[in-house]
Ligand binder design. Sequence first.
Ligand code: SF4
Ligand code: SF4
Length: 84
Amino acid sequence: MLDSDPAIAQVDIKRCIGCGKCIRVCPFKAIKEVDMRGAIKAEVIETVCQGCGLCNATCPQGAIQLSHFTDNQILAEVEALCRF
Ligand code: SF4
Ligand code: SF4
């Protein structure tokens, strides 16, 4: 049986400014540019996303979150691990 990471990136289109940094950084080409009423936004192709988190770490707007982890949850995990 294959194990896969269930986390998938999601874009908050209200925050996204269409800079394209997430598209360039995604190693799986899982993000595409879409035109929403004249505004360029990023959109995750959910079936392709591997949940690696690179886009989340790169977005200057904090507009991408992994579906199971908010930035605060990831920071809390890192802090907990640093105590060991
Ligand atoms: S990096 Fe962030 S702001 Fe830029 S296109 Fe991607 S989601 Fe939008
Ligand atoms: S989590 Fe990784 S695979 Fe998914 S869209 Fe972001 S950079 Fe691409």
